[in-house]
Structure formats: C-alpha cells, structure tokens
Design a binder for this molecule. Sequence first.
Ligand SMILES: Cc1cc2nc3c(=O)[nH]c(=O)nc-3n(C[C@H](O)[C@H](O)[C@H](O)COP(=O)(O)OP(=O)(O)OC[C@H]3O[C@@H](n4cnc5c(N)ncnc54)[C@H](O)[C@@H]3O)c2cc1C
Length: 329
Amino acid sequence: MTVEQNEYVATLPMLLTEVEVLEVERVSPSFVRVALGGDALAELGPDGPVYDQRIKLIFPNAAGTLPSFADADESWWTTWMEIPEHERGSMRTYTIRDVLGDGADTRLVVDIVVHDADGHGDADLLDGAGNRWALQAAPGQRLVAMAPRKGHEFGGIEWSPGDASRLLLVGDETAVPAIRGVLRDLPADATGAAYVEVPVAADIQELVAPAGVSVTWLPRDGGARGEELHTAVLAHLTGTAPVEAIVVSDEEIDPDLWETPVHSSSGEEVAAETAVPTGDAPYAGLYAWIAGESKVVTGLRRKLVNDLGLDRRQVAFMGYWREGVSMRS
Ligand SMILES: Cc1cc2nc3c(=O)[nH]c(=O)nc-3n(C[C@H](O)[C@H](O)[C@H](O)COP(=O)(O)OP(=O)(O)OC[C@H]3O[C@@H](n4cnc5c(N)ncnc54)[C@H](O)[C@@H]3O)c2cc1C
C-alpha cells in the first residue's frame, strides 16, 4: 500500500483501496473464501454490527491490470466510468463475511460463489468476472475494495427489522454470507426462521444463530432454482405446503429488483422506516428479509404481497443477481 493511497483514502467517506489476497480456500463446491488485507483496512467499518453489509470489489481487466484510484476524489465514479470498459476492470457486489483482526492486520473475508458448481446450468451464461476471478484466485493477487470506513456513513446494510417479534430470512447461495452475518449479529433472544437454498448439500455451512431461530438448508441437487425454497417459505407462512409452483414470466422480472420498506426500484411509494403490523393484522410481528436470484425473489414477492397480504413495510425483497444477466457496472 503506498503512502499516497492512504492519504487519498482519508479524503473519501469510504474505503476505495487496493487490497492484497492473503488466503484463498475453496470451502465447498460453490464457495471460494478469500481473505483480503492491506494497511487501509485498519479503517474498515461498519462501526456497529456487520449484518448484511455489502461492499464492492473491482477485479482486474483481462490483462491483469487494476484501475488506479491513487488520485481519486469525489468524482472517482465518473472518472472510472470514462475508462473504456475492457480496461477499467469489473466491479461486482459482495457481502462482508467477516472482519478479522484489527489495525494493520485487519482482514476482510468474502465468500464468492462459483457459478454452477453442480454443473446444471448453461455454461455459456455463466461466465462472469467475479466467478472467473474466484476460480483462479491466489495469495498475492490484488483487487480494489470499496467498503465502509469507520466513522462515516456508507449505507449497504438492509437488515432493518424494526419492532418485529419474529423474523424470516430467505436466500440462495449468494445470500449465505448475508444471512450468516445477520444470524451472528442478532440478539440472543431473537426468534424466527431462516431458509437457505444452496446448489448441493456439500455447500451447507455451520451457522451461529440464536436458539430461537431455526435454520433450514435446502440443497437444490439439480432441482429447479427456487422451487423448494418457495415451497418451504409458503409452508412456513401459511402452515400448508402450496399445491402449485410459482410461475414467473420474464416480463414480470425487474432486473434491478430492490424493494425494501424504505426503497422501491419500481418507484412505488415507500415508508420512512420498517413498520411491522401489530394486533390482528395478517402476519403481525413479522419482518422478512429475502434475497437471491431476481426471478425467484419476484415470485416470492408476488405471492407474499399480493396473495398472502404481507405489508410491503415489513419485507425486504432483494434481487442479488439475475440469471442470464451480467451485473456489470
Ligand atoms: C447486496 C448484494 C450482496 C451480494 N453478496 C454476494 C456474496 O457475498 N457472494 C456472492 O458470491 N455473490 C454475492 N452477490 C451476488 C453477486 O453480486 C452476483 O452473483 C454477481 O452477478 C456476480 O458477478 P459475476 O461477475 O460472477 O457474474 P456476472 O458478470 O454478473 O454474470 C455473468 C453470468 O453469470 C450468471 N451468474 C451470476 N451470479 C450467479 C450465481 N451466483 N450462480 C449462477 N450464475 C450466476 C449471470 O446470470 C450471468 O449470466 C451479492 C449481490 C448483492 C446485490
């Protein structure tokens, strides 16, 4: 890490810094765990619990070169976007799995999903910069990380259960780090359930969760994406397994699906904060957090809001990725 980089980092309200890959581990068929280090990470936030804190990683371009942010100021985004796409590297969104150590020894740990580790997808659709990088990652390589900086507002934590008395977390493999972080950081008396879909049983991870929160893993094992997840979530909410699969047309999918109590990608009216219904309202006391492939999340959104009548102010629906679409910036 150069002195200039550390100096400029101090001028931005977040970290935008080169980091070094310290460790790489293929922890299971679908997950590559990467530990990143660098002097600037001494300032790594957030200040409170990490929950589902998202970050950005920039992977090198095809020639292996990273963009330099050494002189970056608040116009860094415009400056970076002006670089031709094939030169500027690729930015993708990930979640902080762990922040380990402290000071100059702080390590930022990220779990990167390797697409289609069970071999059931269309190989032509699966080539992403993040996926590609993870498959060849090795100690000593470098990335750029954009992450919260202590003492500064960064955003990127969507977990916001308000006054909820019971919690529901739902996600696929890309949401495992976020669900893990939320469960780890919940108060010990929290109650609820988490449903987590992963490609294969070998991807199941040990999660630390309050005693009152059940965790159900749903390996697809070659089955349709989201199918078992839909069934399990609807059975959990209604007490009865659904008789029909949720069918979502391509036209129905918002590729930027992001509907939280306080934000709507479709421009719907939103609340100022999470508002969990009380009393006799359907699903009183419940807060639900749902993230994963956009089509799967769209199906759950329709079912939960339109058919079951959950209040939009008690649910976050987040499309973390979209099958067949590159999430490039
Ligand atoms: C808030 C947030 C947090 C996230 N946290 C994580 C995280 O911690 N770990 C993580 O791995 N991902 C995470 N994601 C998802 C990740 O950003 C996307 O999967 C992203 O598309 C990966 O980029 P890529 O370069 O590999 O593929 P892209 O270039 O975006 O896409 C290339 C192709 O790969 C397909 N593809 C993308 N992701 C997958 C996948 N998981 N399985 C199968 N095919 C896929 C696309 O449909 C496309 O056809 C998160 C996303 C968000 C919004």
